[in-house]
Design a protein. Sequence first.
Length: 168
Amino acid sequence: MKKIMLLAITLLTIYATSAFADTKIGVINMQDLLQKLPQMKQIGDDLKNQFGSRQKQLVNAQTSFKGEAEKFRRDNAVLSDKDKQATEDKLFKEQQNIQKMQMDLQKDYMAAQNKEIDALMSQIKDVVDKVAADGKFDLILINASVAYAKKDLDLTNQVLQKIIGGGK
């Protein structure tokens, strides 16, 4: 019985080793790829154009609020209780409005950014699939999850060139 188990383990080890030896693996440096892609700069520029006016409105509202709050601090001693309360209420409402503007801007910005990056990541995935098929790769990893890989396994430039060249 021990001989049969030993034979089975030996055969499995040999099979696993030979199966792994036939596996073709590649690695992609996703951070480097994203930094080099012109589409990332375009996404940043598009988002600035799309949200620049809202950002400017927010900054103007914050500047105005700071000015009004400073004026209130200066004039606080000479204001009547009724005027103090009215000004405090007005400042409180403005502060809440600014916080809402800021949260809405951030939420909309993140949603637009995620939508654009998801589309780009889908394009990258399609190109990686094509590189894998063309190069007969069995496995392509992202280097952030790899402790070590030889330089000749790096497919980043291949993927980059295909994306820049339109996936050809």
